[in-house]
Design a protein around this ligand. Structure first.
Ligand code: DQA
Length: 156
């Protein structure tokens, strides 16, 4: 486990269009704005921030996080509600996982109520727009510290 926590923040499909995509739901801030918020909130921790529109690529990124991250924040976007492969990939991680959404899927269409991320997430932050990411990063930092403390204890 690295000394300085390494936070992977992974973003799924269509989030590259943040700011222009359905602004009434997702707001006017761009993904670059969200990245800047995460970096500020990370308080010196390393943030690896990625976005992909491809399911397989997202899974590769999860595999990378498995090797390199202290904690994972993930907004899998539409794949949240559809992808067993995503859940299978997340199940291979031993680090804490924080599920994050800009909107509150539970208050939206029925098909968004199911999440393939929630069963393996320590917690979920949703409904606060870009502030969801800020909260998720804060929670992730706390979890990374706790996780490291637990790992340290287990080697004594
Ligand atoms: C989302 C919610 C999902 O239901 C949707 O498919 C997205 C974005 C969110 O951040 O609110 O693409 O994950």
């Amino acid at each position: 486990m690295p000394e300085t926590p390494v936070l992977y923040v992974l973003n799924g499909p269509n989030l590259n269009l943040l700011g222009v995509r359905e602004p009434a739901i997702y707001g006017h801030e761009t993904l670059a704005d969200v990245q800047a918020l995460c970096e500020q909130a990370a308080d010196g921790a390393v943030v690896v921030f990625r976005q992909t529109n491809h399911e397989g690529e997202l899974i590769e990124q999860i595999h990378e996080a498995r090797e390199k991250a202290s904690v994972l924040v993930i907004n899998a976007a539409g794949y949240t509600h559809t992808s067993v492969a995503l859940l299978d990939a997340l199940r291979t991680l031993t680090i804490p996982i924080v599920e994050c959404h800009l909107s509150n899927p539970a208050a939206r269409e029925r098909f968004r109520h199911r999440s393939f991320v929630s069963p393996v997430a320590t917690g979920v932050v949703s409904g606060f727009g870009p502030f969801s990411y800020e909260l998720a990063v804060k929670a992730a930092l706390r979890l990374a510290q706790e996780h490291r403390a637990t790992a340290d204890r287990s080697v004594q």
